[in-house]
Write a protein that binds this ligand. Structure first.
Ligand code: NAD
Length: 264
């Protein structure tokens, strides 16, 4: 317990269950005194998110499908009514039709591409438009990305292209909002077994490969992404913006399979 986030309020978007990266960040922020609101997608997830929110002292839980502008407006109207302003936002949302998170990227249909880019990249700008209007004293906006944006990864396909757009959005939004003292950053997390990850073809191979070839010789823990998120949301990182921060046990720095790593 500490007080790094004392007096700060923010919105966490993307909790599906207790394995969600959004939840790991929420817990780390709450442990430092931050006050949280949560959004969830669909009625089925409400009953998972409410008890999690309650466990960190929050009953501010609202639905939001980021594919729907009216739903986003309603979410931020609710925040405006209740709090007037916020200090931070976490966008930990991604989606692509899992039938195309395998096979060849070149075969991606137009509608699958559009939906993946809309939900996984454009939505960060859409929510940030509204969030930044509620940040008169500055703030911190944070999204989640993956190395598949920068390099080819097996099966990541259209998600890699969406994450590349998301990472570019971080830089453009950081420029737009910098004069308002609003920082915009992304965490590029190493692979973690979550609901979203289960849609990616042969995810266990990716986990195994990373474990043996990352510089720390292991996979990143959910809690480690949580505390790195806390850092970027807090004033500890008040000189940091437009940054994609890798929290992946150093895997992003690797150029080649380690000679000691096993073959699979
Ligand atoms: P998760 O399944 O727990 O979270 C994904 C969330 O996106 C869910 O809460 C889901 O409800 C939400 N979502 C999907 N479509 C939505 C929509 N239309 N409107 C609102 N919400 C919607 O999985 P996660 O791994 O915690 O994913 C969070 C973020 O982290 C994603 O952007 C993901 O790409 C990214 N990420 C994950 C990994 C990993 O290995 N798990 C690695 C790097 C980056």
């Amino acid at each position: 317990q500490g007080n790094l986030m004392q007096g700060k309020r923010g919105l966490i978007m993307g909790v599906a269950n207790n394995r969600s990266i959004a939840w790991a960040i929420a817990r780390a922020v709450a442990a430092q005194g931050g006050e949280l609101a949560f959004t969830y997608l669909g009625d089925a997830l409400e009953k998972r998110v409410r008890p999690l929110a309650a466990s960190v002292g929050s009953d501010f839980v609202v639905p939001c499908d980021v594919g729907d502008d009216a739903a986003i407006d309603e979410t931020f109207e609710a925040i405006k009514q209740k709090w007037g302003k916020i200090d931070f936002l976490v966008h930990a949302i991604g989606f692509a039709d899992k039938n195309f998170l395998r096979g060849r990227f070149v075969d991606t249909p137009r509608a699958v591409f559009q939906q993946a880019l809309d939900i996984s990249a454009y939505s960060f700008a859409a929510v940030s438009q509204r969030a930044s209007a509620l940040m008169p004293d500055g703030g911190s906006l944070l999204t989640l990305t993956y190395l598949g944006a920068e390099r080819w990864m097996p099966h990541y396909n259209v998600m890699g292209v969406a994450k590349a757009a998301l990472e570019a959005s971080v830089r453009y939004m950081a420029a737009d909002l910098g004069k308002d003292n609003i920082r915009v950053n992304g965490i590029s997390a190493g692979p973690i077994k979550t609901l979203a990850a289960s849609g990616i073809g042969d995810f266990s191979y990716i986990l195994k490969w990373n474990k043996h070839n990352s510089l720390l010789k292991r996979n990143v823990e959910l809690e480690e992404v949580g505390t790195s998120g806390l850092y970027l949301l807090s004033d500890l990182a008040k000189g940091v913006t437009g940054e994609i921060h890798h929290v992946d046990c150093g895997y992003h720095a690797v150029g080649m399979k380690h000679p000691d790593a096993p073959d699979f």
